[in-house]
Design a protein. Structure first.
Length: 203
């Protein structure tokens, strides 16, 4: 590849960066937080007023979770299937369901049967969870709740909390987590049959 071909490839990087970011629904601020590259630099790269260095390309490819080749040469039609690899830690298995940097993250979680108690912790964010199978024990401040399949809860994670198996059996759930405290658009309590005696729903 001669110098003119290199220049042509670099000129096409800006539009591709914008295309990848917009396709994933991320803002410049989201990408900046994920990559460590300033918003002003990202804006200049996308507009073509600044040529990218190899270091910047590597950081942005990692932040967008795309091959470096895609930023330089473009990509074929994107496969819509999420191919994230599960991650296991402390008796829990996490399967990421979203790929865009920043914003609300979604993942499936499988909690092992041995985790029936633990220390409550608090941190930045807002969490929504829906039990797919099993029975989930949720400690939220002074509350001690049990959620069954089909029940959901949501809470500000500044409140001390812990959750795990309620009966020594595995639990599967879907979790949405907003690291900056974003809240879900739907806030509702599951309907219970009359006379059930126990209220479920949002925590």
């Amino acid at each position: 590849m001669d110098d003119s071909e290199i220049d042509d490839a670099l000129e096409r990087v800006g539009p591709r960066l914008r295309e990848v970011r917009e396709r994933r629904g991320a803002t410049l601020a989201d990408v900046s937080a994920a990559s460590g590259v300033s918003v002003s630099t990202l804006s200049r790269l996308e507009s073509g007023s600044r040529k990218p260095t190899l270091e910047l390309l590597f950081r942005l490819a990692r932040a967008h979770d795309v091959p470096l080749e895609e930023l330089v040469h473009g990509a074929a039609t994107e496969d819509p299937r999420v191919r994230a690899q599960p991650v296991s830690a402390d008796g829990r298995t996490y399967l990421p369901l979203t790929r865009r940097p920043g914003g609300v993250q979604a993942f499936k979680m499988i909690i092992g049967p041995e985790e029936t108690s633990g220390e409550q912790r608090s941190h930045e964010g807002y969490e929504w969870m829906y039990v797919l199978s099993g029975r989930l024990r949720l400690l939220l401040g002074e509350l001690d709740l049990v959620l069954g399949a089909g029940e959901a809860a949501e809470f500000d994670t500044h409140t001390p909390h812990w959750f795990g198996s309620a009966d020594g059996r595995p639990v599967e759930l879907l979790v949405l987590f907003g690291p900056q405290g974003e809240r879900m658009h739907v806030r509702a309590r599951p309907r219970r049959a009359e006379g059930s005696g126990r209220r479920g729903g949002s925590a």
